[in-house]
Design a protein around this ligand. Structure first.
Ligand SMILES: Nc1ncnc2c1ncn2[C@@H]1O[C@H](COP(=O)(O)OP(=O)(O)OP(=O)(O)O)[C@@H](O)[C@H]1O
Ligand SMILES: [Mg+2]
Length: 243
């Protein structure tokens, strides 16, 4: 579904992404882990057109997408969340989600009424239905993360890319979100999830890719990854069972 071939990205002298090649298959739940600064967000920015690759090819459903602007990538059916959320602070939670519904997949234009009708389900799924009429600017960090997820779910992406969407949530909220993402995935959405909340990524992913200084360190099933000595040395610090 998504294929990267020899993708690299340099910022001046810094090689943030080095020669990455991997594929995400339809219906996969693909986890990406790596230390701060490993290049995870840069990787999402490359896929979604926020920054062009210095080298390499990126294909979605067989079509090259590298070089396309972000809105064109979104219209292909790729949705993403941002690690640093930037909701429209002066607008309500509902209106923020409606912005996603108005300009979503295939660039289809919708009426306000149609867009409004699409918002209930994502707001309910993420647990923000009760706060739909609050101003986005007063939300807690955790609620902003939920809004970020609702805003992208309303675009009905076929491929959903999540950048640390669990940051700032309480343990209880994380458990809820794990179940929500399980349902979104079961409903047919392919998911790529960057996350530092390890138990969430290990519970949800069928495949985990480990980035280290912009390079592939290891990939495999969650069990393989957490037991791999290099992953333990570079990222986990100590085996997961002892944490
Ligand atoms: N626009 C940019 N210009 C210059 N350097 C950048 C830019 N974006 C990212 N970098 C650098 O690229 C490297 C990878 O950053 P990136 O944000 O992708 O890491 P990350 O894995 O998402 O980290 P975190 O877990 O902290 O979110 C870092 O050294 C960062 O400083
Ligand atoms: Mg990041």
């Amino acid at each position: 579904m998504l294929k990267l071939t020899n993708v690299s990205k340099s910022f001046g002298g810094l090689k943030a992404i080095s020669d990455l090649t991997f594929e995400v298959r339809p219906n996969q739940f693909f986890g990406i882990i790596g230390a701060n600064g490993a290049g995870k967000t840069t990787l999402l920015n490359l896929i979604t057109g926020y920054t062009p690759p210095s080298e390499g090819r990126i294909e979605f459903e067989g079509m090259p997408i590298h070089g396309l602007p972000p809105y064109r990538v979104a219209h292909c059916g790729i949705g993403r969340t941002f690690q640093i959320t930037q909701p429209f602070a002066e607008m309500s939670v509902l209106d923020n989600v409606m912005t996603g519904a108005l300009f979503s997949r295939n660039g289809a234009r919708r009426s306000l009424r149609q867009a409004r009708a699409m918002c209930d389900e994502p707001l309910r799924l993420v647990g923000l239905a009760d706060q739909a009429h609050q101003l986005a600017g007063v939300l807690t960090l955790g609620a902003r993360k939920k809004l970020e997820l609702a805003r992208v779910l309303v675009t009905e992406p076929r491929l959903l890319l999540l950048d640390e969407v669990m940051g700032g949530l309480t343990p209880h909220e994380i458990d809820d979100l794990v179940e929500t993402l399980r349902r979104v995935h079961a409903a047919g959405t392919t998911i790529v999830m960057i996350e530092h909340v390890l138990h969430a990524i290990m519970n949800l992913s069928d495949h985990v890719f480990v980035l280290n200084f912009g390079r592939e360190l290891y990939r495999g099933t969650p069990d393989d990854v957490v037991n791999h000595p290099e992953v333990i040395a570079a990222y986990l610090g100590k085996p997961l069972t002892e944490q």
